[in-house]
Design a protein around this ligand. Structure first.
Ligand code: UN1
Length: 517
């Protein structure tokens, strides 16, 4: 595809999604209003300003919450399978819109078109999951200790779920939360990243169309725009019982404290420092594919990106050579052009963070074996394109403790048994994703055991990224402990009520207490 064809293609996609270069604002349903400051959506692909978006003011926010609260009263009355039907239709619309939405994700965020499509596919998958779930919001039935009594539990919706999402998965993470929250009977108010507001508006359009076609209130899906100040409106608001937030550990600590101060619930999905352990029994070819995709996919901007490779010293040189060779094949450039593997970083700040990480690792005694560097010139005018880098490092380097949202892979060596590698892998504050490459059953099972990985996700012979929606997604320690998406993550979006019914003519008390009048 030529660059002109790519440009034409994205213009077409924007048109289909209803994105024009004019001001967009705060949304309830299909109505946009906004009088806050302007934020520009700038594509890291070519540096173009795609459109301008108005931030949400406090007054507008009040309006949004009022609309959402009213909508909740109607939405919660609908039987869950009927809510599932609406989610099914939403999934269908996403299937229709997969290409233009995938393109917008790629153009506004900078990930490859393939990955943009993959992200929309995750939205479709979670809708399918949620539709089935809408008939399975089960509670338990317990035997009462009292005669003539029945005891059971019900799950009820919470109300308004506030969603704060990050730029790196500008549509899928919202869908993980929303599709589940909707079948649970909740309504959603979403603050997308201020770096990718148009993805938010495109999704809002799609949701609003489906709600309208079903004659449902618009406040079931609301969109607010802006930076952390708008996020704070949600975190401090007692009318929002659950805030689900994805982003940095620093952001998560602020959100957690604000929500806890009003005894609300927060679901946190924060930073990772994900490692792959490579043992002497690893398949080297699979290891290289897993590690390279994990480290450079989405230009290293997934929270599940591979940051550390912990390799046994007996195969260290072999793995190192294979990696260096593989990195030479990588094509960096416009992510809408399918021949490229690596697109740009999100903005200049990310480029600076990348440069500083490379500088720091060398200062601490590390060695760059794949140099990296910022690309300039033809096709790289946005200044956001960087070369993926590999640094030989030590596990306790200060820089290795941090998540740098860029394609920087630290190569670490371990000696002796796999326990030593597990210790290195667990020796960071983050606990999101982890992996081991081995054909040795003992090593694999030990890694998955209670003495093994301390992460929310632990994979064998798979890299650290690319988690499926069917599992609960999230991590431990400073990753925040939240679980989204599949398995029984839905329970966090509902309140549990224990019901006991007395159908006898006596009133026996529990615990055998007698209270004679
Ligand atoms: C994220 O980076 O915020 O595991 C989510 C993956 C994706 C989700 C990543 N399915 O790569």
């Amino acid at each position: 595809m030529t660059e002109i064809a790519v440009r034409f293609d994205i213009e077409n996609a924007l048109k289909i999604l209803g994105i024009t270069p004019v001001n967009h604002g705060t949304w309830t349903g299909s109505n946009s209003f906004g009088s806050g400051e302007n934020i520009s959506s700038i594509s890291p692909v070519d540096g173009a300003t795609i459109a301008t978006v108005k931030t949400t003011t406090q007054n507008e926010y009040e309006n949004v919450i009022k609309t959402a609260s009213e909508a909740f009263k109607i939405w919660r009355k609908l039987p869950a399978p009927q809510r599932g039907e609406v989610v099914r239709q939403f999934g269908e619309k996403l299937r229709e819109m997969k290409e233009p939405l995938g393109k917008l994700v790629s153009y506004e965020m900078g990930k490859s078109y393939q990955e943009g499509l993959g992200e929309v596919q995750e939205m479709i998958d979670i809708c399918d999951f949620a539709v089935g779930l809408s008939r399975q919001l089960h509670g338990l039935t317990m035997h009462s200790e009292r005669p003539g009594h029945r005891m059971y539990e019900q799950y009820h919706p919470l109300g308004i779920v506030g969603i704060i999402s990050a730029f790196n998965f500008p549509v899928a993470v919202w869908a993980w939360n929303t599709a589940i929250a909707w079948v649970c009977g909740d309504v959603c108010v979403w603050k997308p990243s201020e770096k990718t507001p148009l993805c938010g508006i495109a999704c809002q359009h799609i949701a609003a169309t489906v709600l309208k076609a079903n004659d449902l209130p618009e406040g079931i899906s609301c969109l607010i725009n802006g930076d952390y100040k708008v996020g704070e409106m949600l975190t401090h608001d007692k009318r929002v019982p659950l805030v689900s937030a994805t982003g940095s550990i620093g952001m998560g600590k602020i959100v957690a404290q604000a929500v806890a101060a009003r005894l609300g619930k927060s679901l946190l999905e924060l930073g990772g420092n994900n490692a792959i352990i490579v043992t002497p029994d690893a398949d080297i070819k699979m290891t290289v594919i897993g590690a390279v995709f994990g480290a450079v996919g989405t230009a290293g901007q997934r929270c599940t990106s591979t940051r550390r490779l912990i390799v046994h010293d007996s195969i260290y040189e072999k793995v190192k050579d294979a990696l260096v060779k593989a990195y030479k094949q990588l094509q960096i450039g416009n992510p809408l052009n399918e021949k490229n593997h690596v697109g740009p970083l999100i903005d200049q700040k990310a480029v600076t963070d990348y440069q500083q990480a490379l500088k720091k690792v060398v200062e601490e005694g590390g060695k760059l074996i794949v140099e990296g560097g910022v690309l300039r010139g033809n096709g790289y005018e946005s200044g956001c394109y960087v070369k993926p880098a590999i640094a030989e490092a030590k596990p306790d380097f200060e820089i290795v403790q941090h998540e740098t949202f860029a394609p920087v892979l630290y190569l670490l060596k371990y000696q002796g048994d796999v326990e030593n590698a597990i210790q290195i892998q667990n020796g960071v504050v983050q606990g999101l994703s982890s992996a081991i490459m081995t054909n040795n059953l003992r090593e694999a099972e030990l890694f998955l055991s209670a003495e093994g990985s301390d992460c929310g996700i632990a994979n064998v012979n798979i890299g650290t990224s690319g988690a499926e929606i069917g599992g609960a997604f999230g991590g431990e320690k400073e990753t925040g402990g939240g679980r989204e998406s599949g398995s029984d993550a839905w329970k966090f979006y509902m309140r549990r009520q224990t019901n006991t019914i007395n159908y006898s003519t006596e009133l026996p008390l529990a615990q055998g207490i007698k209270f004679n009048l």
